[in-house]
Design a protein around this ligand. Structure first.
Ligand SMILES: Cc1cc2nc3c(=O)[nH]c(=O)nc-3n(C[C@H](O)[C@H](O)[C@H](O)COP(=O)(O)OP(=O)(O)OC[C@H]3O[C@@H](n4cnc5c(N)ncnc54)[C@H](O)[C@@H]3O)c2cc1C
Length: 184
């Protein structure tokens, strides 16, 4: 569906359930569309059809206890060790975080002072290195909103979404679409 079709669908779904409306937005725009637009061949061919059919649940992990509006200040780090990347840090308010099979995780891959110029997005599959704790929210209680802790999560170059240090653009483009979807 295009943006208008998706926004109208979310509007109708949200009349019956705000949670289902948000889930449609996150799964469709923030996760599936981001993998489709910026992901590599394997992400597009393996993940995108399953996410679109709802066979995989996806989560978009950007916000942190330190930084919500100021997303360029995130502190979750991905460090190069040997030929791999190791992710450590905490994410906050993550929709579907409790149930997700795959996460698009935004990490710092350079000095904090570099802000948006040193953020990289990774595909992280559900794994024992991720602790997900529920957050007892006041409303929209059906979305598995959670705090996520990443403890030495190992990923590879093939899990980079887009390019190293160019993840901030992916987050902003995804949120631009997501905002249209939930604006009404
Ligand atoms: C239902 C729900 C689902 C969410 N799902 C996700 C998700 O799936 N993934 C994800 O990554 N995040 C998610 N979030 C988090 C959301 O992106 C953040 O809540 C949002 O970015 C705001 O950050 P914050 O809560 O830390 O508030 P803050 O950034 O602390 O802002 C608090 C208040 O201060 C104001 N403010 C902030 N900075 C300034 C400034 N410089 N000048 C003036 N005013 C300012 C803000 O406008 C706001 O009113 C979700 C949030 C909600 C409520």
């Amino acid at each position: 569906m295009d943006v208008l079709g998706t926004a109208l669908s979310i509007e109708v779904i949200s009349r019956y359930s705000g949670s289902m409306g948000i889930l449609t937005e996150v799964q469709g725009f923030l996760v599936t569309d981001a993998f489709y637009t910026y992901g590599n061949k394997q992400m597009r061919e393996e993940l995108v059809p399953k996410l679109a059919r709802g066979e995989l649940i996806g989560s978009f992990a950007l916000s942190e206890p330190c930084c919500g509006s100021d997303a360029a200040a995130i502190e979750t780090r991905a460090e190069r060790r040997g030929g791999e990347w190791v992710i450590n840090g905490k994410k906050m308010w993550i929709t579907q975080g409790l149930y997700a099979d795959v996460y698009i995780v935004f990490t710092r891959t350079g000095p904090k002072e570099a802000r948006h110029r040193a953020i990289t997005a990774f595909l992280v599959r559900r794994n024992k290195c991720i602790e997900a704790s529920p957050i007892n929210v006041m409303g929209i209680r059906g979305t598995g909103t959670s705090e996520l802790t990443f403890n030495d999560c190992v990923v590879s170059d093939d899990d980079v979404v887009g390019k190293v240090n160019e993840g901030f653009k992916i987050a902003m483009e995804a949120l631009n679409l997501g905002r249209i979807a939930v604006a009404r």
